[in-house]
Design a protein. Structure first.
Ligand code: NDP
Length: 332
C-alpha cells in the first residue's frame, strides 16, 4: 500500500515534488484500534498552513511522514467493540490507502441519512465553518446585504445559502463566470461579481447599492480590501480564510482597514471552526434539516484516484473546484 508524505516545506506555491508516494506495509491494529481503507479524502486550503514550520492553532505536518486530513473510510479489520468490518467512518486520517486509527478518533457515519461525501462537505467541516462563522459572528438580519468571497467553494456556497435563509440579500464573489452562474441560478444568490474582472471594484459597488452589512471573508487580499470600502455602520466581518495569501512569499501588506472599522463601528473577528466543537451537533442537525427540506444545496468536485491527491490539493489554488473538492481514493 501507499502513503503520501510531505518531503519539502514549500516556499510559495507548493509543487508536486513536495509530495512523495511511499510504499509501506499495511499496518496492524492493536487493541481498541481499527484498520480502515480510505474511500474519500478531503483536500483543504488550511493544509497549506500546516506545511509551514510555524506556530498556529494546529501543529505543522511532519516532514517524511504521511499527511493527515479529513477522510471517509471503511473499516477493514476491527479490534474495537464499537466498530465492525464494513462500518463507514469519518476521521482525521493519513493520506494512505490503509491506516490504523484509535476507536476514539473515529465517528461512525450513516450513508442512509446522507450521501457519504456529504459528511466531508456540507455536513462536515466546511458546512460547519459556514454555519458558525456566519451565524455567530456575521449575524445576518432580514434585508441586510451579505457579501461572501470564495463564494462558489465549499464554505462560501453554504454561507450564501444560509444568509438567504435568514432573509438577507446575498452577493457572491468568485473567479469564473461558470461559478457565478452556478451560485446565482442554482443556489439563488442575488448578485455575483467576478474578482478577476478588470472592473471588479465598480461591479462590486454596483452589486451592493445598499452597502455591505456582513462580509464573510474567505480569501483576504485585494478582494477583501475592495469589500471593506463598502461597509455600512455596524458591519460584521467573520474572517474565515485568506487563501489569496497562503502561498505569498513576502509579508502580505494591504490598505489598512482600521479607519474603516472605526468610522463604521464594525466588528472584524477571526475564527476557526474548532472553536465551536461543543456545538457541532446543533450545527449538523440544522444543516441536515435544511438539506432534507431542499433549502440547502451543495456540489462536490470529485477527483478520481488516490494517486491524484497531491494534484487535487494543488488545484485548490487554481480554483479547479466548484463546491467541496474531494478525492475518491477507492470504490465504497
Ligand atoms: P474552496 O472550496 O473555497 O476552494 C478554494 C477556492 O478558493 C478555489 O476554488 C478558488 O476559487 C479560490 N481561490 C484560490 N486562490 C484564490 C485567490 N488567490 N484569490 C481568491 N480566491 C482564490 O475552499 P474551502 O471552502 O474549503 O475554504 C474556503 C476558505 O475558508 C479558505 O480560505 C480556507 O482556508 C477557509 N477555511 C477556514 C476554516 C476555519 O475554521 N476558519 C475552515 C475551513 C476553511 P475561485 O475560482 O473563485 O478563485
Amino acid at each position: 500500500q501507499q502513503e503520501i508524505h510531505l518531503v519539502n516545506r514549500p516556499t510559495g506555491t507548493p509543487a508536486i515534488e513536495d509530495f512523495k508516494f511511499v510504499e509501506c506495509d499495511v499496518p496492524s491494529p492493536k487493541e481498541n484500534e481499527v484498520l480502515v481503507r480510505a474511500l474519500y479524502i478531503s483536500v483543504d486550503p488550511y493544509m497549506r498552513g500546516r506545511m509551514n514550520d510555524t506556530k498556529s492553532y494546529i501543529p505543522p505536518f511532519e516532514l517524511n511522514k504521511a499527511i493527515v486530513g479529513g477522510v471517509i473510510a471503511e473499516v477493514a479489520v476491527s479490534r474495537s467493540e464499537s466498530f465492525k468490518r464494513g462500518d463507514l467512518v469519518l476521521g482525521n486520517l493519513n493520506w494512505a490507502e490503509y491506516s490504523v486509527a484509535k476507536e476514539t478518533k473515529l465517528r461512525k457515519i450513516d450513508p442512509n441519512l446522507a450521501p457519504l461525501t456529504a459528511y466531508l462537505s456540507v455536513l462536515g467541516m466546511t458546512g460547519l465553518t459556514a454555519y458558525f462563522g456566519l451565524l455567530d459572528i456575521g449575524k445576518p438580519q432580514e434585508g441586510e446585504t451579505v457579501v461572501v468571497s470564495g463564494a462558489a467553494g465549499a464554505v462560501g456556497s453554504a454561507v450564501g445559502q444560509i444568509a438567504k435563509l435568514k432573509g438577507a440579500k446575498v452577493v457572491g464573489i468568485a473567479g469564473t463566470d461558470e461559478k457565478l452562474a452556478y451560485i446565482k441560478n442554482e443556489l439563488g444568490f442575488d448578485e455575483t461579481v467576478n474578482y478577476k474582472s478588470e472592473n471588479f471594484k465598480e461591479e462590486l459597488k454596483a452589486a451592493t447599492p445598499d452597502g455591505v452589512d456582513v462580509y464573510f471573508d474567505n480569501v483576504g487580499g485585494d478582494v477583501s480590501d475592495a469589500v471593506m470600502r463598502l461597509l455600512n455602520n455596524h458591519a460584521r466581518i467573520p474572517v474565515c480564510g485568506s487563501i489569496s495569501s497562503y502561498n505569498a512569499e513576502g509579508q502580505d501588506v494591504g490598505p489598512r482597514v482600521q479607519p474603516t472599522l472605526i468610522k463604521t463601528s464594525s466588528l472584524m473577528k477571526g475564527f476557526t471552526v474548532g472553536n465551536y466543537a461543543s456545538e457541532f451537533e446543533q450545527g449538523r442537525n440544522d444543516l441536515a434539516n435544511w438539506l432534507q427540506e431542499g433549502k440547502l444545496k451543495y456540489k462536490e468536485t470529485i477527483v478520481e484516484g488516490f494517486e491524484k491527491t497531491p494534484e487535487a490539493f494543488l488545484g485548490l489554488f487554481k480554483g479547479i473546484n466548484t463546491g467541496k473538492l474531494l478525492v475518491k481514493a477507492a470504490e465504497p
